[in-house]
Design a protein around this ligand. Sequence first.
Ligand SMILES: *[C@@H]1O[C@H](CO)[C@@H](O)[C@H](O)[C@H]1NC(C)=O
Ligand SMILES: *[C@@H]1O[C@H](CO)[C@@H](O)[C@H](O)[C@H]1NC(C)=O
Ligand SMILES: *[C@@H]1O[C@H](CO)[C@@H](O)[C@H](O)[C@H]1NC(C)=O
Length: 574
Amino acid sequence: MKCAWILLLGQIFVGAWSLSREAKGPNFVLMMVDDLGFGDLGCYGNTTLRTPNIDRLAQEGVKLTQHIAAAPLCTPSRAAFLTGRYAIRSGMASHGRMGVYLFSASSGGLPAQEVTFAQLAKQQGYATSLIGKWHLGLNCERSDDFCHHPNRHGFDHFYGIPVTNLRDCQPGHGSVLYQALRRIPYRSIGVVVATAAVLHALGVFTATRKTLLFSALLAATPLALFAIVILLFPYLNCFLMRNWEIVEQPFLSETLTQRMTQEAIQFLQRNSERPFLLFFSFVQVHTALFASAGFRGRSLHGLYGDAVEEVDWSVGKLMETLDSLGLSENTLVYLTSDHGAHLEEISIHGEVHGGWNGIYRAGKSTNWEGGIRVPGILRWSAVLPGNKSINEPTSNMDIFPTVAKLAGARIPEDREIDGHDLMPLLLGEVERSEHEFLFHYCNAYLNAVRWRPPNSNSIWKAFFFTPNFSPENSTTCFHTHVCFCTKEYVTYHDPPLLFDLSRDPSETTPLTEREEPDFHGILGAMREAVNRHARSLTPVPDQMSPGNILWKPWLQPCCSTLSQLCKCNRDDAQ
Ligand SMILES: *[C@@H]1O[C@H](CO)[C@@H](O)[C@H](O)[C@H]1NC(C)=O
Ligand SMILES: *[C@@H]1O[C@H](CO)[C@@H](O)[C@H](O)[C@H]1NC(C)=O
Ligand SMILES: *[C@@H]1O[C@H](CO)[C@@H](O)[C@H](O)[C@H]1NC(C)=O
C-alpha cells in the first residue's frame, strides 16, 4: 500500500516534471560544418560521397533547398547565425580585404552587447555548450581578459578552437602565410643593401656606422617579426581550449573530431535530465584537411571526402546518443554549413581540398549562389513532418528567433533582428517564407539583393558588383585564394546584373531589358528595399578594422612560455 502511494506520488512528480520540461520547449542540437558545399551530401544529390547519417536526418525531417548563409565567409556568417542579425549590425563585417580573423591575438570580436541564442536559452534554464570552432574573437586588452570568449556569449561550456583551422595549422600543407612570405621582394632588398654597401665603401655614402646599423635594424624588424609569426603560427593560433583554459597548444588535428564528438556525448549525457542546447561547430571540412586513421583513404574523394565522411560519422554518434537517452523525439536537430565550398582549395600536391556546390555558381567568399546556398536540415520528430523539402528562401539567421521562441525567451526588442521564426514554414502553417528580401553582403559592402515578390514565383537577384575571377572565365579567385570585396577586385554594374533564380538557378545569363519587360520596375523595387534596409543600420564600432584584425603580441595566449614555443598538452597529463 505504502509502496503504491509512493509510486503514484512518483508518477505525479514525473508527470509534473515532464510538463514543466515540455513548457520549456525542446532541446537543441545545432550543427555547423565548416566550408561544406551544397552538393556534398547524399540528400542534396551527391551520389559518391557517403553521408548516411545526415541523409537520415533529412529523411526524418525537413530539408531546406534555398537556405542562405548571411555571409560567404566564416566570421561574418557565424556572427549573423548566433545573433540573428546581419554582421554589419554588430561591426563584424570588414571594410578591408581581410574578412575574417587570422590570429588569436587580434582585439576584435563579437561585442558584449550582442545577444546570442545561447544567451537567451541559458536565461531560460538551458545548459548550453559550444563544441568546435568559434572564430569570433578572444581578447580585448590583455592575453587573458577573454572579452569575446564563447563563455561570455551564453555558452556554459566550451571545448574547441577560438580561431579557425588554417593550412598553417599543419606544417607542410603549403600554408597561406608561407605563400605570403615567399612574395617578399628579397632580390630588391638585396640590391638596395648591396648598393648601399658599395656606395659606402666608395665613400659616396657618408653615414656613420651607427646610423647604418640602426636603419638596417629598422628595415629588418618587421621582416623578422613577420617570419616569427609565420613560423610560430601553429603554436600561436591553433590551440584547443576547454572553457578558459588552453588544453592543447598546438592542437593535434587528426583526432580532433573524435575528441570533440566524445566531449559532445558527455555533455548530452550530463544534461539529459534538463533542457540543453548544444552548438556543435565542426572544425572539418576546412583546410588544413584531416581525417582520423579510421577514415583516411576510405572515400572516393580523397582527404576531403574522408573528412566529410568522418563528419557524417560524428553526426551519427550524436544521434545515437540522443536515441539511447530517449531524447530524439524532443530534440530539434539542425545541420548546416557556414557558407559554400571553398573552390580555391587545391593542395600543393594538386589534390582538390574544397567541396562541391552542385549546380550553383562559384563558391566561398562570393555571393553567387555557390557561396551562400547551404544545406539546411531540421529534424524534430515529435513535431515536424518527415521527408519534406521546402524551397522557400530561408536564412541561417532564422535559427536565432526560432530557438528563442521555442525556448520561451523574449526576442530582444531594442534592436533589429533579421531572421524569422522558421516554425510556421516548417509546420506548413504558411506556404511562403517571410523573407521577401535578403541582402547579400560581401564583408561590409552590399553586394546583391534577393527578392521573392509575394505575388509571383520568381526569385530575383540583382548584383551591384561581382568579383573579378582569375583565371579569367573561371568562377574562382586563385590569384588571391579567396575573392575580395574591395574596389580593385570587383566590377560594378549599373544597372545591376539581374537574374531570376527560379528560371536560371545557376546564374548563367543576366536578363536584359528586352527579355524582362518589367526590368526597371523590378530593380526599382529592389532599390527601395535597399534604401529601407540602409536606414535601419546604425553606426557601430568596427570589429574588423585593421587595428582589430592584426596580431597584437600582448594579446597572445600562450600556455607555456614563449621559449617552450607555447607548447602544452594538459588533457593528456590528467
Ligand atoms: C560529390 O562530392 C564530391 C566532393 O565534393 C564532388 O567531387 C563530386 O562531384 C560530388 N558528386 C556529385 C554527383 O555531386
Ligand atoms: C519521401 O519523399 C519522396 C518524394 O516526395 C518519395 O518519393 C519517397 O517515397 C518518400 N520516402 C519515404 C520513406 O516516405
Ligand atoms: C572569356 O570569355 C569571353 C567571352 O566568351 C571571351 O571573349 C574571352 O576570350 C575569354 N577569355 C579567355 C582567357 O578564355
